[in-house]
Design a protein around this ligand. Structure first.
Ligand SMILES: *Cc1c(COP(=O)(O)O)cnc(C)c1O
Length: 427
């Protein structure tokens, strides 16, 4: 018979690291129970939406060409709208990634002369070129959309006074990023975001409030659209794709906003009517069905990593006790070599490409070199076990995902193992 210890030893985890992991896990039972409870609620939410919209085998059929009358595509969008409690949704393989979904949402709803206001500080790296903060052809700036930013306060909360002052007649859209992205600020709760939206609407009810929802889906039992967001936007190769969607993004929101997004994505006049599904829909449906439990596994991994690395003396964001508002765990490792060792551990735990040695490289959309560990079934998927981070102080790796909790656990143990092997653990 094979014991757990023998199995871990075969996978490269020493008895010492195993024992450390177990002692950390012993203190996490209550938190894991709460995660399972939320997963159960979110699973129900997804099932209810699928049943209400009478999802059937016919929805999985491939369409080609223009994709007129694509029943499966249209019904999937209704399912998403019901999960997020919005009037409408745009969910398609023609949206290539999260950045693309956000670009569509912004450029569809901002016209020349309008101003975009970010109220959660500097947006995610790839959006900086979209906005034109780093000059790029076809940026919003090039089209005459101006930009203003209000940073979060020292404690990570919204700067309400700053927001009030920043809102002008030109302000058309307020953007907020739920997840910290590549920053070491705290992520925002849906409740915090809802309060901010109510504040903005109390000043000017016509301002569109858009939430970059990447990495946040199904972490709580409500979404920002439950608390007034006009658009929530995200990537299907993160949480809502459940690890199965091989491409795609979504925009859920008011009919008015989503219609414009559809016109921007395809063409004015065509909107949601075109866009063949090319046979991809089974993965979209089944991925959404699995997403609540996949997110739960990823959350357990994040909490385990936080507590383990905290025990080892590293600064982690969020810390071991804090509530979770996304699936990202930042660990500040303090050096490039420690980042490499950590990523090597995550990589060596992977089902795919486990023998590969991750090294830093240039990435489109990022201004520093980035190191990435991902042995994923879907290339670049970050709902699968992965770690990445820009090579710049404080040399933080952003760890996320794990399609199963058991895999996430192995990856984290191996990351500690690689740091120990390289002599990089604090004494
Ligand atoms: C990942 C991410 C994006 C961009 O999504 P991609 O699919 O990588 O293009 C945008 N915002 C946040 C907060 C993200 O985490």
């Amino acid at each position: 018979m094979t014991t757990l210890e023998q199995m871990y030893s075969a996978l490269g985890v020493s008895q010492q690291v195993c024992d450390l992991g177990q002692s950390v896990l012993d203190g996490l039972e209550t938190r894991f129970r709460e995660i399972d409870r939320r997963a159960e609620i979110n699973q129900g939410k997804v099932l209810y939406a699928m049943q209400k919209n009478k999802v059937s085998a016919a929805c999985f059929a491939a369409t080609t060409g223009y994709g007129y009358d694509d029943e499966g595509r249209d019904r999937l969008e209704k399912v998403y709208a019901d999960v997020f409690h919005t009037q409408a949704a745009l969910v398609r393989p023609q949206i290539t990634c999260g950045t693309h979904a956000l670009t569509v949402a912004l450029s569809a709803n901002l016209l020349p002369g309008d101003e975009l206001l970010s109220v959660s500080g500097l947006p995610y790296d790839t959006l900086q070129e979209v906005i034109g903060l780093r000059p790029s052809p076809c940026s919003l700036a090039e089209y005459g959309v101006s930009y203003r930013q209000v940073d979060l306060l020292e404690d990570g909360s919204f700067d309400y006074e700053g927001i009030r002052k920043a809102i002008t007649d030109k302000t058309k859209l307020v953007a907020v990023q739920r997840s910290k992205g590549y920053a070491t600020r705290p992520s925002l709760s849906v409740e915090q975001i809802g309060e901010m939206i109510a504040f903005v609407k109390s000043i000017r009810p016509d301002i569109i409030c858009m939430v970059d929802n990447c990495y946040g889906e199904f972490v709580q039992t409500i979404e920002p659209s439950d608390l007034g967001a006009d658009m929530v936007v995200g990537s299907l190769i993160k949480n809502p794709g459940g690890g199965l969607a091989p491409i795609g993004g979504y925009i859920c929101g008011t009919k008015q906003c989503v219609d414009r997004c559809a016109y921007r994505l395809s063409a004015p006049g065509l909107g949601q009517e075109v866009g063949a599904n090319l046979g991809i829909l089974p993965s979209f449906y089944q991925g959404l069905f699995l997403a609540p439990t996949v997110v739960a596994g990823a959350l357990k991994g994040a909490i385990f990593a936080a507590n383990l690395y905290e025990r080892l003396g590293f600064r982690v964001v969020p810390n071991g006790q804090e509530p979770r508002y996304d699936i990202i765990q930042a660990v500040e490792l303090g050096s490039e070599s420690a980042m490499r060792a950590f990523c090597k551990g995550i990589q060596s735990a992977a089902p795919v490409d486990s023998y590969v040695d991750p090294i830093p490289g240039d990435m489109p959309g990022y201004d520093a070199q980035v190191i990435m560990a991902a042995g994923a079934f879907v290339q670049g998927s970050s709902i699968e076990l992965s770690a990445d981070g820009p090579i710049r102080p404080p040399y933080a790796v952003y760890f996320q995902g794990g399609l199963t909790w058991c895999h996430a656990k192995l990856g984290i143990l191996l990351s500690v193992q690689k740091l120990a092997d390289a002599g990089l653990l604090p004494k």
